[in-house]
Every structure is written in structure tokens, then in C-alpha cells.
Design a protein around this ligand. Sequence first.
Ligand code: TYD
Ligand code: MG
Length: 432
Amino acid sequence: MTKRKSIYICQKCGYKTPKWAGKCPECGSWGSLVEEIEAKNVRIGWIKPSTTSPLSLEEIGEEKAERILSGISEFDRVLGGGIVKGSVSLLSGEPGIGKSTFLLQLANRFSDCGKVLYVTAEESPEQVALRAKRLEVKSSNIYVLAENNLEEISKQIEKVKPIFVVFDSIQTLFLPYIESAAGSVSQVRESAAFITYLSKSEKITSFIVGHVTKEGTIAGPKVLEHIVDAVFQFEGDKGYNFRVFKSLKNRFGSTGELAVFEMTEKGLREILNPSEFFLSERPIGKPGSVIFAGIEGSRPLLLEVQALVTRAVFSTPQRRAKGIDANRLSIIVAVIEKELGYPLRNFDIFVNVVGGVKISEPAVDLPIAAAIISSYLERPVKENFVLFGEIGLTGEVRRVKLEELREKEAKKNGFEVASNISTISQIPDFLC
Ligand code: TYD
Ligand code: MG
């Protein structure tokens, strides 16, 4: 007999409590505790009793991870040199960003090496087939299964024996022995663990689709990220055609790696020189536009940072930031006011990183400051200069990591680095 009791689980962090509360005591989010039935002593059939004994480090031979190349070179690079056989990856992103499209394209690539199973728990097989037609994917090696029950799916996997499986999406799959609804923390976590076990035991390479919440985090608990081998995310503004593919976690490669894709009529196409692509529509000779030489993972990337400084409409000036941290913007504005004496408190300031790329490294401080000053003074930044540098609270410009790599990327694209800026009061020297 299984004993069942009701328990409240935070849908954000997975915190459990027997009593409901408005605020999660663990992560502090409001209204996230949801009642779920916790089944005790459930027989989790896929956990085999351990028969192995520990080995000393010396006894353990070197196992080289076997990788399969997809042929999409930017994707293979982000993964750390192709996809590792038997690995489980999570691909997250907002609805409509292109996850299903990309995975169908990937399935097409892998269908050359063996059978591929596309589990669609969200869309009908007809919808998948329609997308495949649009992408010109027509391999007899790709099988589509419309099913939500993971136990049924595992039976089909045993029958079909695929080498690559796509699970679209984790929020719509369920395990029948878990009583809570599909998409709940318990279901998401257990389903991911089930898929991981299945992949490791059957030596299947899997990709799981995961939706993100409004706040941009992967729906479901953090533990989901711990279960899988790698977590990738598609980012981008739906208003633009390009999508940034990022690695957030990778047991077989480095994190923070980035690739850029363009959404075309026939699916996603990789962009081999993202710097050139991002700068292609840049306004030349306009105040408020600055080129930033950034680093994403190990890749240098030139991006345009724009600022608009206009007279404030209301007594409290607006500060809006897209692609950068809003707190960072406030600090930079305060430093400019103090060091250069501009009355920015009377101005609204909007900053945007063109292309929907989110930048977290402090090297973007200097380009932000330069874009703001350029817009405020209505003087464009001198042609062909890129900037990078962290700004301290006293207005000093600090060195950042991998400066040579940034310089190389700038040169490759016909730009020069605006070096010798040691304090922000020197920024006006770089304006026309
Ligand atoms: P989709 O892969 O369904 O997104 P997700 O699975 O992340 O929810 O992609 C949906 C969008 O992509 C949709 O707005 C149409 C667009 N799209 C193209 O522009 N070109 C294509 O070849 C395909 C298949 C989709
Ligand atoms: Mg989809």
C-alpha cells in the first residue's frame, strides 16, 4: 500500500512544506506554493539496486566521451565539439522562439546516423509534419509519436530503438504513478529523472524542450537543471529574426558559449560572423550609438549599444534598460552626473543593446556611459571605434578580461579600440 499525503511545493524552488503559506520561506516568491499529493514508498521501477563497488582513482580508465557532429558548426561549437552520445540536454526558451523548429532540424541531421524519435506532447503529428514540410525535412528515419505518458513513450522507445529522441515538452509529459498534474514540480522533476535514466540505460541522446516563465526562468524547479547534463537557452526578441543560442550549463563543455541563428522561411540558419550581422543595420554618424566589443563564453562579439537622453516629462526621470542590468545603468548615470556635472536628473534615459542580446559582463559600462554622453551632447562617437571597460564609482575605467581577443575581433571587422580612456571624463574626447 502506498501512503499519500498532501504537501505544498514551491513551483519555483521546489521547497516543501506541510502547511500553505503565501510566501515561500526558501526563495521568497509569492503565491508559488501549490498543493500536490506526495506519494510515499512509490516503487520507482527504473532505479536499479547498485551492484557496483567503489574503485580507486587509478583503477578507473579514461573514458572518452563519444561525440556526434550535427554539421551545424556553431551549434557543435557551443556544445563543446558536438553532442555527447547518451547525454540529456534541456533546451529552454519562450514560446514561439523556435525550439521545436530547431530540434526538428537537428533530428533531420541525426537521422542520417540512425532512427530518430520526435515525441510531441504539445502538437499533433500533423502539425509536426507540416513544420517538417516547411523545413524540407523528409527522412523516413524520423518517427513522430504523439503521447504524454512517459511509460508508454518508454515502451515505444524500446520498440523503435532510436539513437536520438526529442521530448517536446517536459511540461506536458507525465508519469502515471505521480498524482500531481503535468507541469507541476513533482511531475517535471520525476519526468526529467525518468528521461535521464532511460537515455543513460538505452544509450540514447535526448533533447528535452522546457518552457520558460514570464520571469525568464525555466518553468519547474531548479532541480531540473541539476538532473540533465546540459542546459541551453534560446533568447531573442520576437520582433527580430535572430535568435541567440546559449549554454547555461554543460557537463561536457564550457558554459556561457553563444551562437547566433537567423529565423528564415526555412527554419533556423546559423550565422558564422555574428559581429558583422549585428552591426549591419547600425546608424552611422548618429549620436547615442556606440560599438561594444564583448565576450560571450569564449567568443568575442561586437554589439551596438544605443542610448537616448531626452528631457524628462515627469518630475521623476525615467531610466529604462534593455539587455543590461537596470541597477548598473543607475550607477553609471550617477557617476556621469558626479564626474562630468551634467544635470541628468532632468533627463529621461533609455539604453538598449541592439539585437536582444543580454549582457552581464561589466565591460559594457564604458560603452553605456559613452552612448549616454554622446546622446546628451548630441555628438556622435568618432567613426570606427569600439569601446569596453568597467567603470568604478569614482569614474575610473578598469581593465577587463580577454582584451586582446576583443581587439582582434574589432580589427577583423575594421574597427579600432578606443584605448587610453582611464576615466569617464575623457569620453568627450572620443566624440566628434
Ligand atoms: P516554434 O519552433 O514552433 O517555436 P517553439 O517551439 O519555441 O514554441 O517556432 C515558431 C515560430 O517560428 C513561428 O512564429 C513561425 C516561425 N517559423 C519560421 O519563421 N520559419 C520556419 O521555417 C518555421 C518552421 C517557423
Ligand atoms: Mg514548440
